[in-house]
Every structure is written in structure tokens, then in C-alpha cells.
Design a protein around this ligand. Structure first.
Ligand SMILES: Nc1ncnc2c1ncn2[C@@H]1O[C@H](COP(=O)(O)OP(=O)(O)OP(=O)(O)O)[C@@H](O)[C@H]1O
Length: 679
């Protein structure tokens, strides 16, 4: 489509260097933005933005600070909430800009879609409201602006930096796709960076949700900057349009200009249609190969997100675990450490710097553990739940509910049939981590007294009551609160006694499950059963009783049924399940230990962290419909809450601190699980 003369005239007026650079980096085809500016005048003629913004649906007031950026519709400012002094980003959209029905619909869709998302690589949507002149959207603030700003300063990025950023971009897109959302306008300006150099995907103005499997969209309200050929041709597009955009982002970060850049929009589109772009000689072959795959004209031939991560561009090259904020303007220097590993030398301070997020989470967690109550400023307080707070309160609860539920449901499906064998409630640790992050991000520090406690029933909260680390020789032994005892051997096989100790469940190195009556254990397992017995006796005799005030678990699971059947007709059912089958007894799937804590992950998805300093524990579990968090104090008194309630009302400081700590602790289990599944 031709751009109108008026539009071209406006485009010509926009000759500031910044704007030119932006259009160049984003593909030089920002037709929609030019159209909007043509119809409403330049951004400088906007209605005066108010200095103090009041949310009419709550008592909150925000003081407008510096301008963070401006888009076709909105100006985005730093906002300070008057009472808490917490910083937010506030998008202010003049109602004159959304006077046409399609513009209003677009904004409504953006608000509806974005408010349902919660992931650490997606800008968190917090609230929206309006007054006579403006619509306001309150967002998590990203102080390091966008990758567009970084590229303006840097021109190109190094391969390790590109890997560092791409990994997070892909994680964010993976989450969106798991929610059936296609972003459709991934570009450097929509990839924001937080203080701790964490990537946050933004701007859901062109995003859409697919309604069913195989659904394809044909039209799009606006023009994506890195437009995929199938979108251009209107032949139906889906998630692969985001993969194409990832290819364009990768190319632009490495080369310094977009792949299909032409001197006119027509030329750019023609290049996209003909897949015409140059791969500079200077690029490494693995980077070239991945770009070629991502920029494949046929959407069905582009790699999936998991496949991208398996490409040698990621698996062979060095990826920093952190990047200092100085990379926003200066290239990092890489150095080889004494141990021979590559590391980043901070451009500013020549010193190693942990990402601020990890540091602040850990230090506030540790302060809490030592008795102090650290302020967690990155976390926005949730407004009190009153009927006056008509939309945000319920919508936020819904959004958090949705996020926490989705944090598990999508992956329960995708992890079915994976190994090691999982019981039906299994939640991958990466999802537990996501839930924790979602929850800790949303929860207010105060008030927490109103948080309703949850009374767990039966075996809803199964936890590790005793453990013994004998991994320097045999393995790791443990006892669960249902009195079952198990060992995870160093060869990665697992064995356990069911609670009556007359039934044995064995999970081989091949991850197959077999269940035997004690009297019919095959000879090949005799040594392992002897060791299991040894561990059980040791824990019985040497470790203090692991009882708590939690209800004693009923044998209502399949395992219980099997045992009672065995008791009623022992001769008929000596070998209960000699063919590989499903685990009936939750077992230790993985564990990691540091000098401060031990993290244990059970096959039913429960995750437990024991803190050595004060002998407290937290257990995250799932009871078929709800995620629960249980705090076990040093008197072994248990306090269980629904995670949703914690996210909404908050929780006591000691639990809050431990949950923050756990976000990091889970990472080790996530890495271990990934390593186990890949072998
Ligand atoms: N959460 C945030 N933190 C910091 N800066 C932000 C945030 N959200 C947006 N910005 C800045 O504000 C600019 C404008 O925001 P955004 O692109 O969402 O507005 P828009 O008018 O909806 O955009 P578009 O024209 O692409 O539809 C962004 O480019 C970015 O620089």
C-alpha cells in the first residue's frame, strides 16, 4: 500500500537523528506510527500530561517523573506512587489518540491481553484507569530502557551478549506461546531491560491470542516492524511470525542494521518477499546458520523455540551468566579466569558484578533470616481489596490466579511421558520457580495478618521429615511425612519402601518403575534393598522424630490401595507390578545442597527447602487444584497457605524471605533436572 502524501510530509519533518536511527534499526517500515502522527499532529502537540495522576478507583496518586520514551500512541513516564514511593512506568494515552473505534479496540485488546500475563521476561502489567482526557497504564519499570537504546550507543553487540539477551527473549516468547499468544511486533524498541539487566518483553498492541490448535490469523491491525513474509502476503500466520522476528532481532544485534532494510518501504517489503539479505563475512558460521534457519521464508521450516536453544550458536559459544549495566553503552571485556573459563570484566569497575536482582533477593532473604526485615523495593504493593477498587483488585487476582495456574498446567501436559517417571501431579521445577517468582512479585509486604491459613487434608502436604547424605559412598536417604523411606543412589536409580515397609518401589537407571512385595524382590536388587533397609534403620535410630502437626497422610493414593490388596491376598499378589509401570509412591527426584540450605524435589512436584541456620523449612506443593506453601518452623509447627492468597494478601516476613531465597535455590534443581533429562 502506498503511503499518503501527508504521511510522507510528516515523515520528512521527522528528520531527527534519533528517529532515523530507530527507524533504521527497526526495519524502516513504521507505517502505522507515521499514519498516526499524520492524523493527530506531531507528538509535541499532545495534550499536556498531568504532573500528578490520581487513580479514581483507588486512593493512589502517582507523581510524574522523567519521560522514559514515547510511542505512536503513548508517552511513558517514571511514576512515583505517593505513599509507598515505589517507582512504576506509566503509559499515558491521550483520549484524542484513540478517538476512532479501531484505535479504542486496539487499546482494549492490548490491556485485556497484557493484564493476563505474568512472567519474569514480560513487563508486568499492574493496573489501568482513566480520566476525562487520558487512559493510564501502570507497568513494572524497566530502568535500562530498551535494546534499541543500547544499540544506539553500541551499534553492534558481541556474540556472548547476543546469546545472553536472546536466551531471555526466547524464554519470554516461550511463555507467550504457552499462553497461545503471538507477540507479532517483536523489535528492539519493545525489548526492555530492567535494572538487573533482565529482559522484559513489552507492547502488546499487535499481539493476538490463538483460539484453537492450528488457528491462523490472516490480518493484523497495524504493521509489525520485522514483518514476516506470511504476514505480508496475508496467507495466514501463527507463532512462526515471532520466530522470524527473533531472527531479525538477532541479525540486527550482530550486524547493526536490520536484515531487509531498503531505501523505501516498497523495497524493504520486496526484500522480505524475496528473502534477500546479506550475511556479513565477519559473522561466525554458527551465527550465520542460525540466522538462515530463523529467516526461512517457509514458516513451517523455521526451528521451534526449543530447537533454537539446541543450536550450536548457543551450545558451543560462551554465554555470560550476568552482564553489567555498563553494556548499555560500552562493550564488556571478556577475560579468561585462572580456571580457564571465560568471564566478563565489568567495563566500568573492572570487577565482577552479580546481577542486582539475585543479589538483592539473596541479601534481603539473608537479612530476614538474621531477624531483620529488608525492604523489597522492586515489588509493587497490592492495593487493598475493596468494592471501590472495582476493576484492578479482581482483575489482578484473576491475573495472578491465571498466571499461577498457567505456570503449571501447560507444562504438566508437555512433560507427560518424560522421564524420570512422574506421578500425575508432577510440576517441573522450572514451573515451581516461575510460580514462586510470580507470587513473590505480586505479593504485598503488608498486610499479612488477614492471609487465610489453609488446613491441609491427608497427604496434601507431603514433605521430607528426615534425610541423610551418604552420597560420598552410596547415595541420599530420606523419609517422607507419610513414613515411606527412600534412597536416591549415586547411579541415579531410586528405591523406596512404601509406608507399610513391606512393598518396594524401584526406579531403574532406565527410569522404569517396578513394584514388588518385599518377599519377591528379585536377586539383582537385593543389595539395593539391603542398603535401603540400612538407611531406614539409621534414620529411625539416629534422627529425631519428624512429626509435625500436619494431619497424618491417609493411604488414599494408588499405593495404599495396592498395599491393602496385598495384605488381603498376599500369595496372589506377591509381585505387585513387575512390568514397568507408574510410580505409586512419590520419591526423591533430585536434591542439591549449599552451606546454608538443602533443596529437595519430589516426584510429585513438591519442592522443599530446609534452612540450616534456624532449622526451618518451606514446602511448595500442589493438591490438584491449588498451589500451597507450607512454612515449618523450628518447633515443627506447620503453617500452610494457598499460594494465590499469599500473592494477593502477602504473608509473614519470615515466609516472604524464604520464598525469595527459594527462587534462587530452585535454580540449582532446574539446572540439575535439565542435565538429567538431557542425558
Ligand atoms: N515499562 C516500561 N519501562 C520503561 N520504559 C518503558 C516501559 N514501557 C514503555 N517504555 C518506553 O516508552 C516507549 C513507548 O511505549 P510503547 O512502545 O509501549 O508505546 P506505544 O505508543 O503503545 O507504542 P507503539 O507506537 O509501538 O504502539 C517505549 O519505546 C519505551 O522506551
Amino acid at each position: 500500500m502506498l503511503i499518503s502524501k501527508a504521511t510522507q510530509a510528516v515523515a520528512l519533518r521527522m528528520k531527527d537523528v534519533k528517529g532515523q536511527m530507530e527507524r533504521q534499526l527497526e526495519g524502516n517500515n513504521n507505517k502505522q506510527r507515521l499514519k498516526q502522527q499524520a492524523s493527530t499532529g506531531s507528538t509535541d502537540t499532545l495534550t499536556e500530561d498531568p504532573d500528578v495522576i490520581s487513580d479514581p478507583t483507588s486512593d493512589k496518586q502517582y507523581v510524574r517523573g522523567r519521560l522514559l520514551g514515547k510511542g505512536g500512541f503513548a508517552r511513558c513516564y517514571e511514576l512515583t506512587e505517593s505513599t509507598s514511593k515505589v517507582l512504576y512506568a506509566g503509559k499515558i494515552i491521550p483520549k484524542t489518540r484513540i478517538s476512532k473505534p479501531h484505535q479504542r479496540q486496539k487499546l482494549e485488546r492490548e490491556i485485556h491481553l497484557h493484564s493476563q500475563l505474568a512472567h519474569h521476561n514480560v513487563v508486568q502489567f499492574l493496573d489501568y484507569f482513566d480520566d476525562d482526557e487520558h487512559v493510564y497504564i501502570i507497568l513494572e519499570i524497566c530502568n535500562k530502557k530498551s535494546l534499541m537504546h543500547t544499540m544506539r550507543q553500541r551499534k553492534t553487540l558481541t556474540e556472548p551478549e547476543v546469546r545472553f539477551f536472546l536466551l531471555q527473549i526466547i524464554e519470554g516468547i516461550q511463555y507467550l506461546h504457552s499462553q497461545n499468544v503471538i507477540h507479532r511486533d517483536l523489535k528492539l524498541g519493545n525489548i526492555l531491560v530492567s535494572d538487573s539487566m533482565e529482559i522484559k518483553l513489552a507492547d502488546f498492541g499487535l499481539a493476538t491470542r490463538l483460539e484453537f490448535d492450528g488457528d491462523r490469523k490472516r490480518t493484523i491491525c497495524g504493521t509489525p516492524n520485522y514483518i514476516a513474509p506470511e504476514v505480508l502476503e496475508k496467507i495466514g500466520h501463527s507463532y512462526e511470525a515471532d520466530i522470524w522476528a527473533i531472527g531479525c532481532v538477532m541479525y540486527t544485534m550482530l550486524v547493526g542494521k536490520p536484515p531487509f532494510e531498503g531505501s523505501t518501504l516498497k523495497e524493504t517489503y520486496s526484500r522480505v518477499r524475496n528473502n534477500k539479505y546479506n550475511l556479513p563475512f565477519s559473522l561466525h558460521s554458527s551465527a550465520k546458520d542460525l540466522i538462515k534457519q530463523l529467516l526461512n521464508s517457509k514458516p513451517e521450516d523455521r526451528p521451534g523455540l526449543e530447537e533454537i536453544l539446541q543450536h550450536e550458536f548457543f551450545t558451543r559459544g560462551f554465554t555470560p551468566t550476568y552482564l553489567p549495566p555498563s553494556v548499555c553503552h560500552t562493550a564488556p571485556r571478556y577475560a579468561t579466569t585462572d580456571a580457564g573459563a571465560v568471564d566478563v570484566v565489568d567495563g566500568d569497575y573492572k570487577s565482577r558484578e552479580e546481577p542486582r536482582r539475585r543479589f538483592s533477593e539473596l541479601s534481603s532473604a539473608l537479612q530476614h533470616l538474621r531477624g531483620g526485615r529488608a525492604k523489597v523495593t522492586s515489588k509493587p504493593p497490592t492495593p487493598p481489596s475493596t468494592s471501590k477498587h472495582r476493576r484492578s483488585s479482581t482483575d489482578k487476582t484473576k491475573a495472578v490466579t491465571h498466571a499461577i495456574k498457567n505456570a503449571v498446567s501447560s507444562v504438566i501436559e508437555s512433560s507427560k511421558g518424560q522421564s524420570p517417571p512422574k506421578s500425575s501431579n508432577n510440576i517441573p521445577p522450572s514451573k515451581v520457580q516461575e510460580m514462586l517468582m510470580t507470587c513473590t512479585r505480586h505479593m504485598p509486604e503488608e498486610p499479612y495478618n488477614s492471609t487465610p491459613k489453609y488446613k491441609p487434608k491427608g497427604s496434601e502436604v507431603l514433605w521430607v521429615t528426615k534425610w541423610v547424605d551418604y552420597s560420598n559412598k552410596y547415595g541420599f536417604g530420606y523419609q517422607l511425612s507419610d513414613t515411606s523411606v527412600g534412597v536416591m543412589f549415586n547411579d541415579n536409580s531410586r528405591i523406596c519402601f512404601l509406608p507399610n515397609r513391606s512393598t518396594v518401589q524401584y526406579i531403574g537407571v532406565d527410569r522404569k518403575v517396578q513394584i514388588f512385595a518385599m518377599t519377591s524382590v528379585p536377586q539383582r536388587l537385593a543389595n539395593k534393598v539391603t542398603l535401603l533397609d540400612y538407611f531406614a534403620t539409621y534414620m529411625d535410630e539416629h534422627l529425631i522424630k519428624g512429626e509435625t502437626d500436619l494431619p497424618s497422610p491417609l493411604l488414599a493414593r494408588k499405593g495404599g490401595d495396592l498395599e491393602s490388596k496385598e495384605k488381603s491376598s498376599p500369595t496372589k499378589r506377591k509381585v505387585l507390578q513387575s512390568e514397568p509401570g507408574t510410580a505409586v509412591q512419590p520419591f526423591m527426584q533430585n536434591w542439591t545442597k549449599t552451606k546454608d540450605s538443602i533443596t529437595m524435589y519430589l516426584s510429585n512436584g513438591a519442592l522443599q527447602i530446609n534452612f540450616f541456620e534456624d532449622h526451618t523449612k518451606i514446602v511448595l506443593s500442589y493438591n490438584n487444584s491449588d498451589h500451597l506453601v507450607t512454612y515449618v518452623d523450628n518447633e515443627r509447627i506447620c503453617h500452610t497457605y494457598r499460594l494465590l492468597h499469599v500473592a494477593h494478601y502477602g504473608c509473614p516476613a519470615h515466609l516472604h524471605a524464604r520464598m525469595l531465597y527459594s527462587v534462587n535455590a530452585v535454580k540449582n534443581i532446574v539446572a540439575q533436572e535439565a542435565a538429567t533429562t538431557s542425558t
